[in-house]
Design a protein around this ligand. Sequence first.
Ligand SMILES: CC(=O)SCCNC(=O)CCNC(=O)[C@H](O)C(C)(C)COP(=O)(O)OP(=O)(O)OC[C@H]1O[C@@H](n2cnc3c(N)ncnc32)[C@H](O)[C@@H]1OP(=O)(O)O
Length: 166
Amino acid sequence: MEQPHAPVAAEASAGAEVAGDAYIIRPLDLADLSKGFCELLAQLSLSPPLSEEAFRARFAELAALGADHLVLVAEEVATGRLAAAGAVMVERKFIRRCGLVGHLEDVVVDAAARGRGLGERLVRRLVEHARGRGCYKVILNCTTELKGFYAKCGFEEKNVQMGLYF
Ligand SMILES: CC(=O)SCCNC(=O)CCNC(=O)[C@H](O)C(C)(C)COP(=O)(O)OP(=O)(O)OC[C@H]1O[C@@H](n2cnc3c(N)ncnc32)[C@H](O)[C@@H]1OP(=O)(O)O
């Protein structure tokens, strides 16, 4: 199981050849604000730059959740810049004998690093974290266009997503 919010020095798991050689996947670190974290998230959704103060405050909130909230990033070894990010949070339920559900969120790979297996590798790490926490399933919302990617990551289509935005 991943230890969230702490740097990981070595990447041991096997991935696609290029991804395995060129990137280290590790939990988000406080230093990542200056390594392109916000720029990466801006490729996913509306995500303007964060002040150091705002980033630190949110980081501390998430760190307080311990292993129930994990943000992983992929750092390019050659440049020290972030090339991918993703998160999984563990929901604590009453059903299924107080079962746990993993929610996969905010998966993004930098446009220049796509198509090398990095996204799949990151998602599989997040899924393994949820499994290690004892989750009986991991779920996510995505567009129709991304069904193929998540199928490659082992997911299958279930139910319908609905949203109410404020
Ligand atoms: C829960 C959420 O967060 S949903 C939001 C997902 N994020 C985004 O949409 C942000 C913009 N897009 C991205 O960041 C990236 O394109 C990602 C994360 C979707 C994919 O990352 P990549 O690193 O390019 O994917 P990766 O190279 O690991 O692809 C793995 C497999 O999925 C396939 N794949 C990748 N993207 C797609 C796609 N859009 N449709 C179908 N198949 C795909 C690849 O061809 C590959 O298959 P292969 O093993 O047969 O070659």
